[in-house]
Design a protein around this ligand. Structure first.
Ligand SMILES: *Cc1c(COP(=O)(O)O)cnc(C)c1O
Length: 365
């Protein structure tokens, strides 16, 4: 028996035994009716994760990591003749701007510091001043820091100004609230292997049904053309390119587990309980958070390394104890570490984690 390793990085996650077992279900061809049925069932279940969205949104799945879904969403739905306004406060928002640049799509960016909230005031000003903006693109949970961006404010502005919201919810879909109607949500991109607890390899985009019928004049991508996926998956159930068949088995199981466990609200509650437990332990040890705790998502929190300590030491000591944490990105990397709360983490895993944290940080003081 290998020792149980718990992943506390923001995806991939520690799999449940049930999801892992689904991987060996069979050698299937992705162009046979049984796989078409699985694709349709997974797409329907993805649209049901937020029951309010099921009637108005169609999901498509593609083979690729979360980034491929975000890029496909922008390539397929950000217009070529009007501006997309990108709000950034971290790596993933900045990545959305880089994608629009790479696809030659007209866009503007309101950039904030990684530790700051999104700039709702400037958004309001831009939306009032600039009628050429048709879409707003941003990140729901900015995994760079753990901040849950205030989509209630941003989304309400999109709605009141009649602008479409294109959302990266890669690290929030399945655990945080998404209010499609109030936010004027046009499309949302996410992945199998974060809050849904599946295996990496499949990602997906949910978009309003009416958007799938409008083919953009100039398709900027072949692999990432979501309209082609939609035409295939909603006609005969087939995709334009080879799908990750075994990953789809695991996704079906993961979605069933999510549903049986009480859906996204219950999953968010579970993550929040884990976050509180870890935070209480670290707080006792004098380890501070990077952002005020109320700014964080349920999914991931960022903590400050103690003065004079290094990420390499902390990571190494925790890995020896069976836990994989995550480094900070960019300028934050010497200062912080991140702990995500996703995946099959059991109560006794949490007990072991808290004692490992006491060993690691108690000894340093
Ligand atoms: C993880 C993540 C992505 C995509 O990452 P991949 O490595 O491509 O799966 C995109 N946006 C956010 C907010 C993320 O957390």
């Amino acid at each position: 028996m290998t020792e149980r390793v718990i992943l506390l990085n923001p995806g991939p996650v520690t799999l449940s035994d049930r999801v892992r077992a689904a991987l060996t279900e069979g050698d299937w061809c992705h162009r046979e009716p049984e796989y078409a049925a699985l694709t349709r069932a997974n797409n329907a279940a993805l649209a049901q994760v937020y029951p309010d969205m099921a009637a108005d949104f169609d999901a498509v799945t593609l083979t690729g990591s979360g980034t491929s879904a975000v890029e496909a969403m922008l390539a397929s739905f950000a217009p070529d003749d009007r501006d997309t306004l990108v709000l950034t406060n971290g790596v993933y928002g900045e990545r959305m701007a880089a994608m629009l640049r790479a696809h030659g799509k007209p866009h503007r960016v309101i950039e904030r510091d990684w530790q700051a909230p999104l700039d709702a005031d400037e958004l309001q000003t831009e939306l009032n001043a600039n009628s050429n903006i048709s879409c707003v693109a941003t990140v729901h949970h900015e995994t760079t820091t753990g901040r849950l961006n205030d989509l209630h404010t941003i989304g309400a502005m999109c709605k009141s100004h009649g602008r479409q919201l294109l959302l990266d919810a890669v690290s929030s879909f399945g655990a945080e609230q998404i209010d499609a109607a109030a936010w004027n949500l046009a499309a949302v991109a996410a992945t199998a292997n974060k809050c849904l607890h599946g295996v990496p390899g499949l990602s997906f985009v949910l978009a309003r049904k009416k958007l799938w019928n409008i083919t953009p004049p100039d398709r900027g991508s072949v692999y990432l053309d979501l309209h082609a996926y939609h035409r295939g998956q909603y006609a005969d159930g087939f995709s334009p390119f080879t799908q990750a068949v075994q990953v789809a088995f695991a996704l079906r199981e993961a979605l069933a587990e999510l549903d049986e466990a009480g859906g996204w609200q219950a999953r968010g509650d579970l993550y929040r309980a884990r976050a509180q437990r870890i935070h209480a332990t670290l707080d006792e040890l004098g380890i501070g958070t990077l952002l005020p705790p109320t700014a964080y998502s349920s999914v991931l929190w960022t903590y400050q390394l103690p003065e004079g300590d290094t990420y390499a030491r902390v990571h190494g000591a925790l890995k020896d104890a069976g836990f994989v944490i995550y480094a900070g990105q960019g300028a934050l990397s010497p200062q912080v570490f991140r702990i995500a709360h996703m995946g099959d983490i059991r109560d006794d895993d949490l007990d072991r984690l808290c004692s490992a944290l006491r060993n690691v940080f108690g000894a340093a003081r």
